[in-house]
Design a protein around this ligand. Structure first.
Ligand code: LLP
Length: 385
């Protein structure tokens, strides 16, 4: 259904990112239908992909944004997102970043330590503002995902552990420049065991009770992002399991009158609409294996090298007999490989290769290691013209 315009690719210099904007719009529509059904609110996690055309579609779909740096806040405002739909997390917000966010009037600071909350209070006081604080809770839940993208265990650096709540509440309630508006949770990314979200909802309720016992009803419950996508069969499953996800949340999260429920999806919105397109430079004979050497490397998409992440590789232009290859990049690092011993149709120099599910944490994590150029982006809306 969401096919790649292979003919158009033939005249474009590789490697490049290609975004299927129809898939993005369909994903947003389906996500929105769930939000509308339950009256939930979404803040797109800018860190997943900050390309303007992508952010424009997301803004048009009515989403706010979740930012993790002052520059993300700045960019979102520049791209037309309303400050009152911005939430801002991060364990290390600098004074400069906090001041800019206070000036902009964002919806909430998702705060990760009592030390940070104190600083926000002081800065808000010096500016004559009141900062909206949402406590990013570390709920000590195992998200059953890669350890580098798990964020909700007590040993992770993120969030505030429940044993600190007393201190936190005290700091907020004794300041005229801090207002507690919510509880925030984000336990990890690429979560595919959806039962984890049921555990999260139960934990949210337990932790809320602590506040209710002290007569505090927070207005906002933010469950973060984390829903995984299908990296193994992205063509067969281009849309994440939103049905199951929202079913679990709506059945298990207790929402009290006056409360709003927020989400911060990143990957599940943009991963599948993006593909990294590359050309085969050489097919080199190795011992018992052939290396297909691509012109796209770890600097273009670092996920396999950094997390051993799997991205499906397809040869778009060969229909030859099936052979086995180690598919590698050109960067001078042994970790710069795409996949090992995978079956592809007979592959030759010049063939076009698709590295799928590259829309999230792909281009945005691109770097210029080896002085390589950053890959450009092309969008289906433009290529069709
Ligand atoms: N909210 C917060 C506070 C986050 O830290 C993140 C992601 C999200 C929302 C969005 O999570 P998502 O829906 O995308 O799972 N670079 C890694 C992923 C890092 C995720 C960081 N935080 C990767 O390539 O897998």
């Amino acid at each position: 259904m969401y096919t790649l315009p292979i003919e158009a690719f033939k005249s474009i210099e590789t490697p490049f990112y290609y975004y299927d904007m129809d898939l993005l719009r369909d994903t947003l529509n389906i996500y929105n239908s769930h939000l509308n059904k339950h009256n939930y609110v979404a803040h797109y996690a800018v860190k997943a992909n900050a390309e303007k055309p992508i952010m424009d579609e997301i803004r048009k779909a009515g989403f706010g944004v979740d930012c993790v740096s002052g520059n993300e806040v700045k960019l979102a405002i520049k791209y037309g997102f309303s400050p009152d739909k911005i939430v801002y997390a991060g364990v290390g917000k600098s004074d400069k970043e906090i001041k800019a966010a206070l000036k902009a009037g964002i919806y909430a600071f998702n705060c990760e330590s009592v030390e940070e909350i104190k600083v926000i209070g002081e800065l808000a006081k010096s500016m004559g503002k009141v900062a909206h604080i949402s406590i990013r809770v570390n709920p000590d839940i195992d998200a059953h995902t890669h350890k580098y993208i798990s964020t909700g265990k007590k040993e992770d650096k993120f969030g505030i552990s429940p044993w600190m709540f007393e201190d936190v509440l005290n700091v907020i309630q004794t300041s005229n420049h801090l207002e507690l508006i919510g509880l925030h949770f984000h336990i990890g990314s690429q979560i595919t065991e959806l039962g984890v979200f049921k555990t999260l909802c139960q934990r949210v309720e337990d932790l809320q009770k602590w506040f209710l016992d002290r007569d505090v009803l927070v207005e906002s419950l933010d469950l973060g992002g984390g829903l995984g996508v299908d990296y193994v069969d992205p063509v067969g499953n281009p849309i994440a399991k939103f049905d199951e996800y929202f079913d679990i949340i709506s059945k298990n999260l207790i929402v009290r009158p006056g409360q709003s429920v927020h989400f911060e999806p990143g990957r599940a919105i943009v991963a599948q609409c993006g593909t990294l397109i590359s050309r085969v430079l050489y097919v080199k004979k190795g011992k018992g294996i052939k290396f297909a050497i691509l012109d796209a490397g770890m600097n273009d998409l670092i996920r396999p090298a950094l997390y051993h992440a799997h991205h499906k590789i397809d040869n778009l232009t060969s229909t030859g007999r099936k052979l086995r290859y180690d598919v590698v990049g050109p960067v001078c690092e042994s970790s710069d490989f795409w996949d090992k011993k995978i079956v592809l149709p007979e592959t030759n120099r010049g063939d076009l290769i698709a590295i799928r599910s590259a829309g999230a944490y792909g281009q945005v994590m691109g770097m210029r290691y080896n002085q390589r150029d950053l890959a450009k982006a092309y969008y289906s809306d433009d290529l069709k013209k």
